[in-house]
Design a protein around this ligand. Structure first.
Ligand SMILES: Cc1cc2nc3c(=O)[nH]c(=O)nc-3n(C[C@H](O)[C@H](O)[C@H](O)COP(=O)(O)OP(=O)(O)OC[C@H]3O[C@@H](n4cnc5c(N)ncnc54)[C@H](O)[C@@H]3O)c2cc1C
Ligand SMILES: NC(=O)c1ccc[n+]([C@@H]2O[C@H](COP(=O)([O-])OP(=O)(O)OC[C@H]3O[C@@H](n4cnc5c(N)ncnc54)[C@H](O)[C@@H]3O)[C@@H](O)[C@H]2O)c1
Ligand code: SF4
Ligand code: FES
Length: 809
């Protein structure tokens, strides 16, 4: 039987995916010819952001090598554009004068980036961000020039801006509206995103209408309505895309915004089909990859004469911003409306916001910020229209979190990794056939989880489900960040083994992919170096989170909150008067007693911080640090009729001993003098409870998002023993936890039994821990507020230093 001639116009993600599906169904059916305007084989366009951000290379993003085309007998013409189709004689004509006949034709021509028709838009240095060449232009430009302006605060603009920052450029992001990513986020998530990105060093020109691009041959300035002018050596336009309908239009195939197709991807012309960003289905054109996988499946069946059942029914959109250190997910209907109700969780301390939009007991949309682990699961619930009436509404996010059954119940054809179109069936067979045992191995073999990472949880569930007991949760290699392939543990081991002593040295010697590191790895390395070399490492303030560098907590309106130290939560009339005087003098809008029994002065202007500290003349309460925060105490034996122990005395002693100690994450403690637990010792990182003639020590408690009751570590008789056990426990945590891992998570990871075996059964080890803690405590510098009050130079540096502005604090 003679093969049918299939011509594919567009050598991009949608077209080639469809060919792969066709080859799976019936590899002998067609003689295939592919035309692509770009001079490359098919590559993963979505990974261009990662190339720009320095996380991967152009070579690594090729999806189908030239060999793949050859092996499948596909005639590929790269760098050649099809200009016209003759529907009567069934031929295509290219810009190189070639004509090729077809029996079936697929148009997968993608989109053109939208370029604002501004005066000066044709100058050198004005580009889009769509292909490998754009990416290379940005990388080259960053070697010679300093200032970039990105127009458009959508997904593409923000990913481009992050990449340019990584390349060392100063970046202004111009956005026409007053909130970012309005097509994906509600105003709350958008405001949180902007704040995080500002901390990373992005400068936003919100509500700005670009008017012109100035310069001789090359761009030099950008001007805006209202007269504002900014300098620019590079302008990247990221203001949306328009479907590429050029060849369809030139060939009288019906188009609207895109090439109009029916549910079987058939255009108005016989034997001509279309899919991907250029296709318009039920008045929708898509700008994301997930719909392409579904369209490719339908079209492959249709063109191979296999029953495509109901055809393509449209897709629910979901996106995730690919910016290192910022987790943002959005799916479906995310805005409030009359018919929808929303469930929201917002944790301002951890910078987490989760919103699930529900209609008629079905989830119809979601926005996640700060923690996107539930993204793919929620998307599946949206797609499957899961009835949630049986799930307590308030607990829905938790329920989603705990749901193990989603992957089990999924069909083999359902997509686990939307970015790379990898189905459950693909992953399960890869695990079985290749003996894969970790998410990294699945990623290397199937591409699942290679891009945005949202699907990692589901891939892990699948591994667990497929391998059963052979899969150990937590054996996953979790790298510090995308700059390195090393885990936290490996980095610490290398620092110790190789005697590394500076952040830059760690990055150089350990082969970091980015010379400056990023907002995830720099604070972590800074912490590890200080932990390993307690007496001689000079803390690198530039690698600290903004709150830690400013020694105050930045608030949503840009002012700061100031919390002075009150050991054990005890104060006196003199300190209260000073606080009251400061409140009057600086018009402090809010004075608030905190959960840790301190007084918080909120709304302090940045420039007033040193004088407020001077007037208070009290030590810093470190309410902003990855350190010992507070030791909360109950009144205890001095006043309470139930108290049998001096909880206040012990609490103050603990706080004085461990104050200013650097820890992987914040540490909160509590001392209660009886099991009534008025100081909430049961939900503290370290909680002490007085019982008849003894103290019980609880560890790993947490009163935050992941509420956890502490585990009883031991019971000791004296306050000296309490102090010693805390020293050993905290040192064990400091040496073994990953940076930004709370004690509760660390304890769950390593297990209480392990901690007990070290602290209670190995006296030698315990003594060594205590001794290392003593050395560390002896080298802790004095109060930071005092330093700024006493030194004009330090004060100046506080406001001027160009420190790393990092994300989560
Ligand atoms: C930087 C960046 C990051 C992105 N990140 C994400 C993401 O994280 N998640 C996500 O879902 N989506 C993302 N996208 C969008 C995603 O890449 C696109 O939706 C997807 O590539 C569309 O595939 P396509 O095949 O329809 O079009 P394309 O990939 O654009 O392929 C079309 C190809 O056809 C060629 N062509 C056009 N006309 C002709 C012709 N007449 N003759 C020959 N060849 C022709 C074009 O040159 C092009 O190579 C991103 C896009 C960019 C630019
Ligand atoms: N992570 C991802 O999923 C990802 C990443 C990059 C790109 N993409 C896709 O690539 C395509 C292109 O992305 P995009 O961000 O350019 O498109 P977009 O349409 O999503 O966003 C464009 C943004 O530019 C703003 N804008 C429009 N005109 C402007 C002007 N004159 N000045 C300033 N701002 C202006 C809009 O308000 C909008 O927020 C989209 O389909 C997007 O979904 C996706
Ligand atoms: S914990 Fe016990 S001793 Fe302390 S205040 Fe409460 S009741 Fe009194
Ligand atoms: S869903 Fe983005 S990498 Fe899998």
């Amino acid at each position: 039987m003679t093969k049918r001639k299939l011509v594919l116009v567009g050598n991009g993600m949608a077209g080639i995916r469809c060919l792969e599906e066709i080859l799976n169904i019936d590899p002998e059916r067609f003689d295939i010819t592919v035309f692509g305007s770009e001079p490359h084989p098919n590559y993963n366009r979505i990974m261009l952001s990662s190339v720009l951000q320095g996380d991967t290379t152009v070579d690594d993003i090729v999806l189908n090598s030239y060999e793949w085309y050859a092996e499948n007998n596909i005639q590929l013409y790269t760098g050649e554009t099809v200009e016209k189709i003759d529907k009567d004689t069934k031929q295509v004509f290219t810009d190189k004068g070639r004509s090729v006949p077809y029996d079936d034709l697929i148009l997968a021509t993608g989109s053109h980036p939208f370029m604002l028709p501004l005066p000066g838009a044709d100058k050198d240095g004005v580009i889009a961000f769509r292909n490998i060449e754009d990416c290379e232009t940005m990388i080259d430009t960053s070697k010679k020039y300093e200032r970039a302006v990105v127009i458009g605060g959508g997904l593409l603009g923000l990913e481009a801006a992050r990449g340019l920052l990584n390349l060392g450029m100063e970046v202004d992001v111009v956005h026409i509206l007053d909130y970012l990513m309005e097509r994906q986020l509600d105003p709350t998530a958008s405001a949180m995103l902007q704040e995080e990105l500002e901390k990373q060093g992005m400068n936003f020109l919100m509500n700005h209408h670009t008017e012109a691009i100035l310069g001789k041959k090359r761009v030099e300035k950008v001007t805006f309505k209202g007269g504002k002018v900014v300098k620019a050596d590079l302008v990247v336009m990221a203001v949306g895309i328009k479907p590429n309908v050029d060849v369809a239009k030139a060939s009288d195939i019906e188009t609207n915004r895109g090439i109009i197709v029916d549910d079987y991807m058939q255009t108005s012309a016989p034997d001509i089909y279309s899919l991907g960003e250029c296709a318009e289905h039920r008045e929708m054109v898509y700008g994301l990859v997930a719909p392409l996988w579904e369209q490719a499946k339908v079209l492959a069946k249709q063109i191979c004469g296999v029953d495509a059942e109901n055809g393509y029914q449209g897709s629910i959109l979901s996106t995730k911003l690919k910016v290192s250190g910022v987790d943002v997910f959005s799916a479906g209907e995310f805005n409030d409306s009359q018919n929808n109700k929303a469930i929201r969780i917002q944790d301002e301390f951890e910078g987490i916001y989760k919103k699930v939009v529900v209609r008629d007991n079905r989830i119809v949309g979601s926005v996640l910020f700060g923690d996107t682990t539930e993204g793919t699961k929620l998307l599946n619930m949206i797609n499957n229209e899961t009835d949630i009436s049986e799930i307590g509404k308030v607990n829905i996010l938790q329920s989603v979190d705990q749901s193990e059954s989603i992957v089990i119940d999924m069909d083999d054809s359902e997509i686990i990794c939307g970015c790379n179109g990898v189905s459950k069936g693909d992953i399960v067979s890869a695990i079985k056939e290749n003996g894969l045992a970790s998410i990294a191995e699945v990623r290397d073999c199937t591409n699942a989880s290679r891009s945005c990472g949202t699907c990692k949880g589901l891939v892990g569930d699948l591994l667990e489900h497929t391998l059963g007991d052979e899969f150990e949760v937590g054996t996953e290699k979790e790298t510090v960040c995308a700059c390195t392939t090393l885990t936290h543990e490996e980095v610490v081991a290398e620092i110790r083994d190789k005697g590394l002593s500076h952040t830059r040295e760690v990055m150089n010697v350990l082969g970091w992919s980015t010379p400056e590191g990023c907002s995830k790895c720099r604070p972590a390395i800074n912490y590890y170096l200080g932990m390993v070399h307690p007496t001689d490492y000079e803390d690198e303030q530039e690698s600290r989170f903004v709150n830690e560098r400013m020694h105050a907590n930045i608030q949503n309106n840009g002012t700061y909150s100031v919390v002075p130290r009150m050991y054990g939560g005890v104060t006196n009339a003199k300190d209260l008067r000073k606080i009251a005087d400061v409140a009057d003098k600086y018009n402090v809008p809010l004075l608030k007693v905190t959960g840790g029994q301190r007084i918080d002065l909120l709304g302090i202007k940045k420039e007033d911080l040193p004088s407020v500290w001077a007037d208070l003349d009290m030590p810093s309460g470190y309410a902003y640090g990855k350190t010992i925060r507070t030791v909360k105490t109950c009144v205890g034996e001095n006043f309470c009729r139930f108290g049998t122990q001096d909880s206040i005395g012990l609490g103050i002693e603990i706080e004085k001993k461990f104050e200013r100690l650097n820890t992987p994450h914040k540490v909160k403690m509590g001392v209660s003098a009886c099991p009534r637990n008025c100081a909430e010792s049961g939900i503290k990182d370290v909680g002490i409870v007085g019982v008849d003639g003894a103290w019980e020590i609880y560890v790993g408690g947490n009163g935050g998002t992941d509420l956890r009751a502490g585990d009883l570590l031991c019971r000791v008789k004296t306050s000296e023993e309490v102090l010693e056990m805390i020293a050993a426990y905290l040192q064990l945590y400091r040496e073994n936890a990953r940076y930004l891992e709370r004690t509760s998570h660390w304890l769950e990871r390593v297990g209480l039994d392990h901690v007990k075996s070290v602290l209670l059964e190995d006296q030698d080890m315990k003594e060594q821990l205590v001794s290392r803690m003593d050395i560390t405590l002896s080298a802790i510098p004095g109060d930071p507020w005092k330093k700024f009050i006493e030194s004009e130079k330090d004060k100046e540096e506080l406001f001027q230093s160009k420190a790393l502005e990092v994300t989560k604090s």
